[in-house]
Design a protein around this ligand. Structure first.
Ligand SMILES: [Ca+2]
Ligand SMILES: [Ca+2]
Length: 415
């Protein structure tokens, strides 16, 4: 294909380039609420849309914590060509219900999604109300959800966990950390707390395979069981190592189990066996089919696109204001109010049912003048004087998006 017909030069690639990303948050160095209590921090993620901040999602509330690591994962669509402004607002949710009405605003950070993605890990100081820079540092990490973005559903329980509470039983919760190649640990999931129960059954949860193990089924997963305490100083019960490959063993209703070990007890206590058993009751893989999977699975999609702009439809006048997507249209052309994007172009000429559709489903008719005051046409294409697009010549190479261009067409390289 000639350079002249490259998709970018024609401006025909208007579909947004998209990437799915997962964002995770940690904070270090929040200040105590007062002498006796620590904050219950929660983040609200806002994104700017048409100049307005809109709430996208929020994290869980972590009780009595000055260095929270959130298990909440924000999954966002990243558009390469857009500036997506984010604002993370931090609240101290000082009430039993998690509403923000009575919450205390602690501060915020602003950045773009592009900044986080380009740096992978963005650290920013919390800007306190009033605009002063606080001591707390917020770390936002981004991971692409590329390739395999299947999900897994896991159902864990445990039995005979150690009792850590004096007057009641332990309040266990489970954390799963992915061990990265650089030995850093990334929290993948934190279960809810089951109160006063040494044989807890945690709720089934869903994580992306990418989150869990970056697609590496042998990757080490560090799993820790804690006894929750209201003062935020949770007691360590024990831990075990697993991999997704081992967890996969719990597919088809089989169980997998691991002894939950406290290494301190192992060395100190005689006859120490374990601090309980953690059981994976079910592992379910939820396939997320990509567009390509459908195609490869034999699904046929018929997609026809052709351009039929007849006989010097329009000329470009440099003096005219550009339309949307940079297109300039010239005098003499008239656009039907229906407008671009599924539009019909008219004036005098009626759609010929026998004619192929133009770009964006538009049909073009001959000799239509475009009114300069009207919105521009589809695809952002600029046509030059003398440009003629005739009917598809089957013998010619296909143009962008499968369009064939015929002889007699000339595209001005300067445009
Ligand atoms: Ca308890
Ligand atoms: Ca407890």
């Amino acid at each position: 294909m000639s350079e002249l017909y490259s998709p970018s030069s024609l401006g025909l690639f208007s579909a947004p380039c998209l990437l799915k990303v997962e964002l995770r948050l940690t904070v270090k160095g929040l200040t105590d609420r007062d002498v006796r209590s620590k904050p219950d921090p929660c983040f609200v993620l806002n994104m700017q849309s048409h100049g307005q901040w809109m709430e996208v999602d929020r994290t869980e509330v972590i009780r009595s914590c000055v260095n929270p690591t959130y298990s909440k994962v924000f999954t966002l669509d990243y558009y390469f060509e857009e500036v997506q402004r984010l604002r993370l607002e931090l609240y101290d949710v000082n009430s039993s219900h998690n509403g923000l009405k009575e919450a205390l605003f602690l501060g915020s950070v602003e950045c773009t999604l592009g900044q986080i993605i380009s740096q992978r890990k963005l650290c920013k100081a919390l800007l306190r109300p009033g605009g002063t820079v606080g001591k707390a540092i917020i770390t936002i990490t981004a991971e692409e959800l590329a390739g395999n973005d299947d999900y897994i559903e896991l159902s864990f329980s445990a039995r005979k966990l150690d009792d850590k509470d004096f007057f009641t039983k332990s309040d266990p919760f489970l954390e799963i950390y992915r061990v990265n190649d650089d030995a850093t640990m990334q929290l993948v999931y934190r279960t809810e707390t089951v109160m006063n129960n040494l044989n807890p059954v945690w709720k089934t949860f869903k994580v992306s395979l990418n989150s869990l193990c970056s697609g590496d089924h042998d990757r080490k997963l560090q799993c820790t069981v804690w006894d929750w305490d209201s003062n935020g100083k949770h007691d360590y019960i024990g831990e075990f190592e697993a991999s997704f490959k081992e967890m996969r063993g719990a597919i088809d209703g089989r169980q997998e189990q691991w002894p939950c070990m406290n290494s301190k007890y192992k060395t100190k206590k005689k006859n120490y066996k374990n601090s309980g058993i953690v059981i994976l009751n079910q592992c379910k893989i939820i396939k997320m089919h990509s567009f390509l999977d459908y195609i490869m699975g034999g699904c046929q999609i018929q997609f026809t696109r052709a351009l039929d702009v007849r006989r010097t439809l329009m000329t470009l006048d440099p003096g005219e204001p550009a339309g949307p997507r940079g297109t300039s249209w010239t005098q003499g052309n008239q656009l039907d109010p229906a407008g671009p994007g599924g539009t019909s172009w008219t004036q005098g000429n009626q759609r010929d049912p026998g004619e192929p559709a133009g770009p964006g489903g538009t049909r073009w008719t001959r000799g239509n003048p475009l009114d300069p005051g009207e919105p521009a046409g589809p695809g952002g294409t600029s046509w030059t004087q003398g440009t003629q697009v005739n009917q598809r010549d089957p013998g010619e190479p296909a143009g962008p998006r499968g369009t064939s261009w015929t002889q007699g067409n000339q595209l001005d390289p300067g445009e």
